[in-house]
Design a protein around this ligand. Structure first.
Ligand code: ZN
Ligand code: ZN
Length: 335
């Protein structure tokens, strides 16, 4: 099957129309006709080879919403015609301890949708059935794409940290990831404090459900929250004064990062010891949890704020994101 997409042929290059053949479908694989695909910061990182694992030409795109158009003869769970989502991962081994435990996203043999293979800035994409997540009835497909990577990335920590509806929580960085975190935590029942360095976003952050926006560049404002938060989720990938956030945690509080900060994070031991605090991190989440999150989104009408671009204007869309103008997530639409 021939795929028409957009690829970067070298580091930091603009995307150009690119066609390739998928070859014969594997027995456990599904082919998806792409309706929408979100743009995630990881797409930029892969185009730019920031993580040193990009193979060119690369068709980016891993927040895919579409319809199953072909399945291998041993596919379970999905049928031709089903509406599905495909996120950062496109396959897991299905037999390791993590896979057997339902933690397919931690599988050491897992395959990422745009690492060494081609993703969703295209009319079609292929993946293993386990990661073709069936979409719940009534979901808004035009906005759902970003939930498949960014959404599950910030939803999983809520489960991992055992966040309770009575908790007071903080979210650092209100961009593509952070704004979804604010919405999830608000609907979870929590009181949500947002940490943002951009005063222009304040009104929209309050509209998302935050009860307070703290200017993260103001030491005074940061100190006003000392010892009060049960959980803090960091979604930024820049180095901050992490200790001031550990100080903002209540005793037994948990600090969790999904922001891929490249420099080592300075965490003073005493900040953890005295209040029995902990620090953690996580990637996306399992296929089962992704499905649960999508159900939760439909139940509470939670969607990312998206700006839509036609797939053919992918370079404009990427530039918009790179310039920090996205409010808050971009979705490409196929004709
Ligand atoms: Zn992503
Ligand atoms: Zn596995």
């Amino acid at each position: 099957m021939k795929v028409n997409g957009y690829a970067a042929t070298e580091q930091k290059a603009k995307l150009i129309p690119y066609s390739y053949d998928l070859g014969e479908i594997g027995s456990e694989e599904v082919d998806i006709k792409v309706s929408y695909c979100g743009i995630c910061h990881s797409d930029l990182s892969m185009i730019n080879n920031d993580w040193g694992m990009t193979q060119y030409p690369i068709v980016p795109g891993h927040e895919i919403i579409g319809e199953v158009i072909a399945i291998g003869n041993a596919v379970k769970n999905v049928s031709v015609g089903d509406k599905v989502g495909l996120g950062w991962m496109s396959a897991s081994c299905m037999s390791c301890e993590q896979c057997m435990d339902g933690e397919h996203h931690l599988c050491p043999q897992s395959e990422a949708t745009i690492v060494g293979r081609n993703g969703g800035f295209a009319d079609k994409v292929r993946g293993h059935w386990s990661w073709a997540i069936p979409l719940p009835e009534g979901i808004d497909m035009s906005k759902a794409g970003p939930l498949l990577c960014g959404g599950i990335t910030v939803f999983n920590p809520i489960i991992l940290a055992g966040v309770k509806p009575t908790d007071k929580v903080g979210v650092i960085g209100i961009g593509g990831l952070g704004h979804m975190a604010v919405k999830f935590l608000k609907h979870w029942g929590c009181e949500v404090i947002a940490f943002s360095s951009n005063p222009a976003k304040k009104k929209s952050i309050l509209n998302m459900g935050a009860s307070q926006v703290i200017d993260s560049t103001s030491t005074e404002e940061l100190e006003s929250i000392n010892g009060k938060l049960d959980f803090i989720l960091n979604t930024t990938n820049v180095s901050l004064d992490w200790n001031s956030y550990l100080t903002a945690l209540a005793p037994k509080g948990k600090f969790h990062t999904v922001g891929a900060v490249l420099e080592p994070m300075e965490i003073p031991a005493f900040s953890l010891i005295m209040g029995e605090k902990s620090v953690g991190g996580s990637p996306i989440g399992s296929p089962a949890l992704t499905k649960t999150m999508l159900d939760f989104c439909v139940r509470h009408n939670i969607y990312p704020d998206v700006e839509e671009f036609p797939m053919a204007k992918v370079n404009e869309a990427i530039e918009h994101l790179e310039n920090g103008k996205a409010r808050f997530r971009i979705v490409l639409k196929n004709k």
